[in-house]
Write a protein that binds this ligand. Structure first.
Ligand SMILES: *Cc1c(COP(=O)(O)O)cnc(C)c1O
Length: 465
């Protein structure tokens, strides 16, 4: 038998009809009856759970369960449902590929292409021939022209690309991977688990820090289907290390008649090492090195939409394209449109200027300094009573699990609110319209102009003053 106080609280919960009537009496916005009833039920249910969970009466001192309180909570929930959940955010963190903020900011041409493709388009129609076409054809030639690969295909993300390629080439068979390359990315992509989900069997060779050619050679038997190399995108093994380069692995694969696949993670198409960034493998270099199947992300260093790109030799791509799983992993027209426009910039435009990710990563320090100082001086002028404003040297990061060692020198605007506690102020900025997210460091809020669009600077000032 439950305690008396608990019974009392449970008995005091209003009936759904009563709370719905109370909501109608507020005379506020009209919501359809079924929606309102459901929202009220959800609120009453959650109150009931709260009562049942409470360890003692004191936990419920602020408990509100009048019909009016329930009505008010239900209406608030419905009003929230009507607002867009995905909101624009001004990224002032300086992390260029901020996974929580949607990774790559897309190029203007990519946004326009998405808009164009949003209606009807020739996604799977060959217009001149008047026949059914294939969705892969829209970007395949651009990808092969850019990378030197024989064939290409696009799926939803790189995790899907890895899974599809492994499933096609090695389901039920063995795949050999170095122990130093069993990566976890973003908490949910783990090579051993993706491998298991694909139906392939993982054979680990070598050790965490050293894997040699002979380790692969010895592990191969008649059940082996594939040699896999995984780019350690988000960490580095340093000190006494040895890894087999992909060109050597390609030689071994050829001699044994086994395909060699590489999960490259970030797909870098242009060399950025002259700009102080780590030397990342270029996609075209890997194809030239003899990799048979290469997978990469569309929304990391490539700077396009979320997508997984599979490149490589035609024989293997033909098999991948025939896999039934591809039907479940295929990208939509809007994604393909954005990817096509992004790839066209690489081929025909000025990627360092027109692909925002690349422009941000290569932004000159003098520009960053000028923009930080300009923003700081406007803020000093507009909010002298509220803000302490300073300009400082700091570092930006690549993010998205790419180039983990690269710290890009930058200048930030460092701010402190003179009247509001920091946590409260930062939350207010985060939940404003537009939302402003910066980097908190001790009792300062840092705004890095690298990831703020020039056109957003005025809005940043409005958010802060
Ligand atoms: C990022 C990454 C992935 C996952 O790619 P998504 O596009 O996020 O699915 C897989 N492998 C490597 C090596 C990566 O860096």
């Amino acid at each position: 038998m439950a305690e008396n106080w608990r019974q009392e609280y449970l008995r005091a919960l209003p009936g759904v009809d009563v709370a719905v009537a109370a909501a109608r009496q507020t005379g506020g916005e009209y919501f359809p009856h079924a929606l309102l009833v459901r929202a009220v039920q959800e609120i009453v249910d959650s109150l009931r759970r709260q009562i049942l969970r409470a360890a003692n009466r004191d936990e419920l001192v602020e408990f509100q369960s009048s019909p009016e309180a329930v009505a008010c909570a239900a209406l608030a929930r419905l009003r929230q449902l009507k607002q867009p959940s995905l909101q624009r955010v001004i990224n002032a963190t300086g992390t260029v590929l901020h996974t929580n903020l949607g990774r790559a900011r897309l190029a203007g041409a990519a946004k326009e292409a998405m808009q164009r493709a949003a209606g009807y388009c020739n996604l799977e129609m060959d217009l001149p021939a008047g026949r059914r076409g294939q969705r892969h054809t829209h970007v395949e030639r651009l990808l092969t022209a850019l990378t030197g690969a024989e064939a290409a295909c696009v799926v939803n993300n790189n995790a899907a690309a890895v899974m599809l390629a492994l499933n096609t080439l090695a389901a039920g068979k063995k795949v050999i991977v170095s122990r130093g390359e069993l990566v976890e990315i973003g908490g949910s992509f783990r090579i051993p688990e993706v491998m298991a989900a694909s139906g392939a069997r993982l054979v680990e060779v070598g050790t965490t820090n050293k894997t040699h050619y002979g380790d692969y050679e010895q592990a191969v038997d008649e059940e082996t289907a594939l040699l896999l190399k995984v780019h350690t995108s988000n960490y580095r093994v340093v000190g006494f290390t040895a890894a087999v380069e992909v060109d050597e692995l390609a030689v071994l694969g050829r001699s044994l008649g086994l395909p060699v696949m590489e999960d490259l993670g970030s797909g870098l198409l242009v060399d950025l090492s002259a700009f102080g960034l780590e030397r990342e493998p270029l996609v075209a270099e890997r194809i030239a090195a003899g990799v048979d199947v290469l997978t990469l992300s569309g929304d990391k260093l490539l700077g396009g939409p979320q997508a997984g790109i599979i490149l490589g030799r035609r024989v293997f791509l033909e098999r991948i394209k025939k896999n039934q799983l591809l039907r479940a992993l295929r990208p939509d027209k809007v994604t393909l449109a954005a990817l096509e426009a992004t790839l066209q910039i690489y081929l025909f435009g000025e990627p360092l200027r027109d692909i925002p990710v690349l422009a941000m990563l290569t932004m000159p320090l003098a520009t960053l300094k000028r923009r930080a100082e300009r923003l700081a001086s406007v803020l000093r002028e507009k909010a002298p009573g509220n803000l302490t404003v300073a300009v400082r040297e700091d570092y930006s990061f690549v993010g998205g699990g790419a180039m983990p060692l690269t710290r890009l020198p930058t200048f930030v605007v460092a701010l402190r609110h003179k009247k509001m506690p920091q946590a409260e102020w930062v939350q207010k900025l985060r939940t404003g319209t537009p939302s402003l997210v910066g980097r908190v460091q001790a009792d300062w809020l840092l705004l890095d102009p690298r990831t703020i669009e020039e056109a957003e600077e005025e809005e940043v000032v409005t958010c802060l003053t």
